[in-house]
Design a protein around this ligand. Structure first.
Ligand code: ADP
Ligand code: MG
Length: 245
């Protein structure tokens, strides 16, 4: 059975066709990227998978269950971090994680584990209001994985981070991947992020899937990397930071 199945999902906001037919099927433990420029429909797509938005058309199954019938069960198996997660500025990292742990009835041991995994030990007493962007994103990831979710959604986890913080986060995600217990869907507009972390890549633009597959299967002599593939698919170019325009 697939962990996630999405069949021909559509979603419009008034006259904006945000998502126009996304399909995917993901086995357990795989990391998948939804890769595309701003406005491509990435957030809308993950929010439908997270049960936060309802598709107009199409089907979404997580471990064979859907949000209409199995919301309670699904909440237990998924973890999510939104494009902008807000925390109380006046709580410390440890207090924030303890608060989240209490929602799930988790012991302090688990709080300590995720603090270690996300490299936040030396900052655990720091107030959220004093954290850097990279530390905040690591805290967002820590809260998302606290409950040991089988399926994890991360929306643009490294957008706006400096290169060093981005690498830190990638390393944490690689550790999660090596542990093999988490199926991850992440959205990104960084080619390198999709390339370095993900097994399966879905390139979307203007609400449509342009191409999907394993990295090696997507590339050929005309498209030697994702940058070239995207340019060949869309005629669009990349800026100096390798972001899609
Ligand atoms: N709540 C909304 N109301 C109207 N339009 C929206 C809404 N959410 C997203 N859109 C539009 O849908 C398109 C896809 O948006 P989004 O899914 O946020 O893309 P991405 O995450 O790839 O940047 C964009 O044109 C965006 O302006
Ligand atoms: Mg988005």
């Amino acid at each position: 059975m697939f962990q996630i199945e999405v069949n021909n999902v559509h979603k419009s906001f008034k006259n904006v066709k945000a998502v126009q037919g996304i399909s995917l099927a993901i086995p357990a433990g795989q990391f998948t990227a939804l890769l595309g420029p701003n406005g491509a429909g990435k957030t809308t797509t993950v929010e439908m998978m997270e049960g936060l938005k309802k598709p107009d058309q199409g089907e979404i199954l997580l471990q064979g269950m859907n949000w209409q019938k199995h919301e309670k069960d699904l909440r237990k198996i998924i973890g999510l971090s939104l494009q902008e997660t807000r925390f109380s500025e006046k709580l410390s990292i440890r207090e924030t994680l303890r608060l989240f742990a209490s929602f799930f009835d988790l012991e302090d041991v688990r709080v300590n584990e995720v603090i270690a995994l996300t490299g936040l030990e030396s900052k655990s007493k720091a107030m959220v209001g004093t954290l850097s962007g990279g530390q905040r994103q690591r805290l967002a990831l820590a809260t998302a994985i606290l409950n040991r979710p089988q399926i994890l959604f991360l929306d643009e986890p490294t957008t706006g981070l400096d290169p060093h913080s981005r690498l830190d986060l990638w390393n944490i995600l690689k550790t999660l991947k090596d542990q093999g217990e988490t199926t991850l869907i992440l959205t990104t507009h960084y080619m390198e992020e999709a390339e370095s972390l993900c097994d399966y890549i879905i390139i979307i633009d203007e609400g449509k899937t342009l191409k999907e597959g394993r990295l090696a299967d997507l590339l050929d002599e005309n498209s030697r990397n994702l940058d070239e593939l995207f340019i060949n698919l869309t005629g669009k170019t990349l800026n100096a930071k390798n972001e899609i325009l």
